[in-house]
Write a protein that binds this ligand. Structure first.
Ligand code: NDP
Ligand code: 2IT
Length: 450
């Protein structure tokens, strides 16, 4: 930390001391504050108005119990969270994650990232995140419904179209959004479509929202490749995960002519050198809610590699898209990718690469698109869903897809602009952190000391 400006170092010490049991939150803050080192001398207001501490402390944090009944009639208890991190640019906006690893630190890291991501979209949305340690795996449809109803029975009083607008994340997709909205409607007696996004297109959802994060990560990748005179066509790609983001990153990569040879889940990886079969994959994951292992059972040309037997990142590829979860791609994985000829990484997930991995990508001059820029397409189309809901309108697939593509190109441009202007290192991480921060900072300064 020696070469860091004193104010940044002091803020980091302060954040570390008061959040010491939340390593992933500290990791996210560390990265952003380090990127801001060259910026603070250009804008004295940042320190005068104490913006660094103010942006690192959530405006409001809710923790509540979620009591629900399982199919055996037993009463179960989970923990629910909503962290309202920053509302300088608009109502709090960010997804809900249902996964057994969820705790306050995880939600704070995700909420913190969301502030800068949402700012980069250029739209009027603040940053927030929520979720629960509920594990949807192995639960029946009715158990998921009862859990969502109980979760919303507390959350409904804290959200609203101009207050806080949740959406999906890991473990929360269209099905859960439907149950959550249904209970909100019952409790409030209001058909507030704009209170939640990721809705089914039959009742207020936006076309392209389901595809948006994965498509967006590929559009961002395309923009990065263009800067080196490269394209996606003919390249070999590996995508980790096999959920919503992974699936539609794979779809778009294939549409643009890449050969996608592998994807994964927490049990392991499927490798198919001739290219994955998207329809089979979608059938198993989206329709049957099955596992990647059964894909390999149905597709004889695919091989299943159990998680213990090796990482997905040892499979040779030119393009890598981590689309599963935080810290899934380590320094060792980064070296393996580079040694096998990888030239570009676009993060569909939130903070999937460890700081060591990012360092290696930068040192080796790999094109590296950080999640808060590369996966912003999901929340951007969520904001377009809110716009359509407010206008009682619905736009065509082509119209929303074009706006998504333009938004991703715009975010890429912002990253390049700010990395060139401020960062000696000239990378997308600094560009995204600086560009995202400055827009929020300007709004916070305008609103005064609140
Ligand atoms: P899904 O629940 O649809 O899929 C998650 C995928 O990641 C699954 O394949 C899952 O495997 C794997 N995974 C999750 N947790 C772990 C873990 N601890 N270890 C190993 N594998 C894991 O979620 P999404 O596709 O929506 O989200 C994926 C990532 O993208 C997350 O980081 C999320 O925050 C981020 N993101 C999502 C957006 C969205 O619009 N949905 C927007 C922007 C970012 P398994 O089934 O075995 O658990
Ligand atoms: O991490 C994210 O950006 C999301 N999970 C989507 C948030 C949203 O409000 O659509």
């Amino acid at each position: 930390m020696k070469s860091l400006p004193k104010a940044i170092k002091e803020t980091l010490d302060w954040v570390h001391a008061r959040n010491h049991s939340e390593p992933v939150f500290i990791q996210a803050v560390d990265e952003v504050l380090r990127s801001l080192a060259p910026v603070i001398s250009a804008y004295p207001d940042i320190l005068e108005e104490n913006l660094l501490q103010r942006i690192c402390e959530p405006e409001r944090q809710l923790i509540f119990h979620v009591v629900w009944q399982d199919d055996q009639g037993r009463t179960q208890v989970n923990r629910g969270f909503r962290v309202k991190f920053n509302s300088a640019l608009g109502p709090y906006k960010g997804g809900l994650r249902f996964h057994p690893t969820v705790n306050l630190g995880v939600i704070k890291f995700l909420g913190f990232e969301q502030i800068f991501k949402n700012s980069l979209t250029g739209l009027s949305i603040g940053g927030g995140k929520g979720g629960s340690d509920f594990d949807p795996k192995g639960k029946s449809e009715r158990e998921v419904m009862r859990f969502c109803q109980s979760f919303m029975t507390e959350l409904y009083r804290h959200i609203g179209p101009s207050e806080d607008v949740p959406a999906g994340d890991i473990g929360v997709g269209g099905r859960e959004i439907g149950y959550l909205f249904g209970q909100y409607k019952r409790l409030t007696n209001r058909y507030d479509l704009g209170v939640i996004t990721g809705k089914d297109t039959a009742w207020g959802g936006s076309l392209v929202r389901k595809e948006a994060t994965g498509f967006g990560a590929v559009y961002f990748l395309e923009e990065m490749l263009k800067t080196r005179g490269e394209g996606i066509e003919g390249k070999t790609a590996v995508v980790s995960g096999s959920g919503n983001v992974a699936l539609y990153a794979i779809r778009k990569l294939m549409d643009l002519g890449a050969n996608v040879v592998a994807c994964s889940d927490s049990d392991g990886t499927v490798h198919q050198p001739g290219g994955l079969d998207f329809d089979q994959l979608r059938q198993i994951k989206e329709i049957e809610r099955g596992r990647i292992r059964s894909y390999a059972e149905r597709c004889p040309k695919a091989k299943f590699i159990p998680r213990k037997k090796g990482s997905i990142w040892t499979i040779p590829c030119e393009l890598a898209l981590p689309c599963a979860t935080q810290n899934e791609l380590t320094g060792v994985d980064a070296m393996a990718l580079i040694n096998n000829g990888c030239i570009a990484v676009s993060e569909g997930a939130n903070m999937p690469s460890t700081p060591e991995a990012i360092n290696i990508f930068h040192k080796k001059n790999i094109l590296f698109g950080p999640g808060k820029a590369a996966n912003a397409g999901g929340v951007a189309v969520s904001a377009l869903e809110m716009q359509q809901n407010a206008a009682l309108a619905s736009w065509t697939f082509a119209e929303v897809d074009k706006r998504l593509r333009d938004t991703m190109a715009g975010i890429h441009g912002t990253c390049v602009h700010y990395s060139r202007k401020f960062s000696k290192r000239g990378n997308y991480v600094d560009g995204a952190n600086i560009g995202g921060f400055l827009r929020v900072a300007q709004a916070m300064l305008s609103h005064g000391i609140i």
